[in-house]
Design a protein around this ligand. Structure first.
Ligand SMILES: [Zn+2]
Length: 253
């Protein structure tokens, strides 16, 4: 019962803070009026100061990202269908929002979790992966932010990138920052979506709201050295340090 109440409260908090769209997006600062400070990844307003923008960033105990130790995961008994987004090619807006390169599709499609629909709202990139596997960071990561239109709960699918062949979709995105481009979000997702790590965490940027479902796909995508360098001209260190796991466990599939 207590758990249920907590869940309802945290969903309510998520809705109230209006942060549903802001992971990797514009901050909702709690700092006093007239204070022009803005969070970032630097020394003065970086991750160790984010609590000054949203107390959850410092006090939350279910925060993201985390380090995943494959030997300490729990095997899942069921599998969610993460093959997603059908084949929807449509117009998407690509912007530099000051924290990341963010892509907002007009119609991004959806994934289904526990029989519930989660619509793709936006995806954005970090110059190195935020979650680590056995302490290892991937060269880049895309966070595909989905939301249940009824409960407003968020589900983020992380697609890791490692250096390899040139990535056609990424090429389109980095060449269209500040404009729109035709994209199919499904082209972004690796072929194997049945293998992933799953846990409940938070947004990785202020307001760091919790009760976010994370799905980290095991199969990485490839991007060329040139593309990774090109992206990092925008952002190289926009990753939050890993957070304590506390009482959580990571499920694996
Ligand atoms: Zn992110």
């Amino acid at each position: 019962m207590i758990k249920k109440i907590l869940l309802v409260l945290s969903i309510a908090a998520l809705v109230l803070t209006g942060c549903n769209y802001s992971e990797g997006g514009k901050p909702k600062a709690n700092v006093s009026a007239g204070d022009k400070r803005n969070w970032n990844y630097g020394t003065n307003n970086g991750p160790t100061h984010w609590e000054e923008f949203s107390s959850t960033c410092g006090k939350g105990i279910h925060q993201s990202p985390v380090n995943i130790i494959p030997g300490k995961t729990l095997k899942m008994n069921h599998s969610y269908d993460l093959s997603m987004h059908d084949d929807i090619t449509g117009l998407a807006k690509v912007i530099d929002n000051g924290h990341s390169i963010k892509v907002t599709p007009e119609h991004g499609g959806h994934i289904k979790l526990h029989g519930e629909i989660f619509d793709l709202l936006q995806y954005h990139f970090h110059g190195k992966s935020e979650h680590t596997i056995d302490g290892k960071r991937f060269d880049m990561v895309a966070h595909m932010v989905h939301q249940n239109p009824k409960t407003k709960q968020l589900a983020v699918v992380a697609v890791f990138f490692e250096e390899g062949a040139k990535n056609k979709v990424l090429e389109k995105i980095i060449n269209h920052v500040g404009s729109t481009v035709q994209l199919d979000a499904q082209d972004f997702v690796p072929l194997q979506t049945e293998h992933y790590y799953h846990y409940i965490g938070s947004l990785t940027t202020p307001p760091c709201s919790e009760n976010v479902q994370w799905y980290l796909l095991k199969q990485p995508q490839e991007a060329s050295e040139e593309q990774i360098k090109h992206f990092r001209k925008f952002y190289v260190d926009n990753e939050r340090p890993v957070q304590e796991l506390h009482d959580r466990f990571i499920e694996v599939n």
